[in-house]
Design a protein around this ligand. Structure first.
Ligand code: 1GP
Length: 244
């Protein structure tokens, strides 16, 4: 089964949870342990990615270690064409729609396309929209950040993405954001699109995860929370509220 079909099938049954692991933040072995823990708690997919310092080597080693321990899809969440791994099951083929840098909108993708084709990795087309505070990804991506109190601009980008044929929309507040994407923005976007809505950035407890779910997120991504010692309890609570 294609990873996209797996995600669509899961989402049809309710909101899903995805665990993001940054290959630069721990050893491949530790990344695999985190992924295995997340699977045991019910996460639906593992994402591998980071805004800086992802190399072909740490990406490949992390993907291989995770694949050896878990049997749910491992999806690459790329920051550019410089590192692309055949060891992931799929990758988000994404465009940062509100970037001022044409490189983030389409040029990295043009460089990556032939490599993705050659490696035979499944591409899942995605419109990526950066919301305040945006953090590192907003900075390196030169994003015109969407203001937290401006859901209609997010709606515009999301509709443009869907009408351009993108298969998923990702509303991103940035990894480690002090505040996640506002629920009002999630619900405004969800109301107008028919493709799945992924939400992430700054979701570090069950309250925030529940708020994203209740506002209409089809998938909630958490990354930073698995970087802290003793993450299991919080991760368990987050996944529980998303699945309830
Ligand atoms: C980042 O949305 C993800 O791309 C996850 O963010 O690290 O804040 O959970 P956190």
């Amino acid at each position: 089964m294609k990873v996209k079909d797996y995600l669509l099938e899961k989402i049809a049954a309710g909101t899903i949870h995805m665990t993001l692991v940054d290959p630069d933040k721990q050893t491949p072995e530790h990344a695999a342990e985190i992924a295995a823990d997340a699977v045991s708690l019910g996460t639906d997919a593992i994402m591998i990615g980071g805004s800086t310092d992802v190399t072909q080597q740490n990406l490949d080693e992390t993907a291989l270690a995770i694949k050896a321990l878990v049997d749910i899809p491992v999806i690459y969440f790329p920051s550019g064409a410089h590192a692309l791994s055949a060891h992931c099951d799929a990758l988000y083929f994404m465009s940062m729609l509100n970037s001022r840098d044409v490189r983030m909108v389409i040029r990295e993708q043009a460089a990556a396309g032939p490599i993705v084709k050659k490696l035979g990795i499944e591409p899942i087309s995605m419109g990526y929209i950066i919301v305040e505070p945006g953090m590192k990804v907003g900075e390196v991506g030169k994003a015109d950040l969407i203001k937290r109190e401006d859901p209609m601009t997010a709606v515009g980008y999301a509709l443009a993405a869907e009408y351009l044929g993108m298969e998923m929309i990702y509303l991103e507040a940035g990894s480690g954001a002090s505040a996640p994407v506002p629920p009002e923005m999630i619900s405004a976007v969800k109301k107008v699109i028919t493709v799945p809505l992924i939400v992430g950035g700054g979701i570090r407890d069950a309250v925030a995860a529940g708020a994203a779910k209740d506002a209409g997120a089809d998938a909630v991504v958490t990354g930073t929370l698995v970087e802290a010692d003793g993450y299991l309890k919080v991760l368990e609570e987050v996944i529980k509220v998303i699945k309830s």
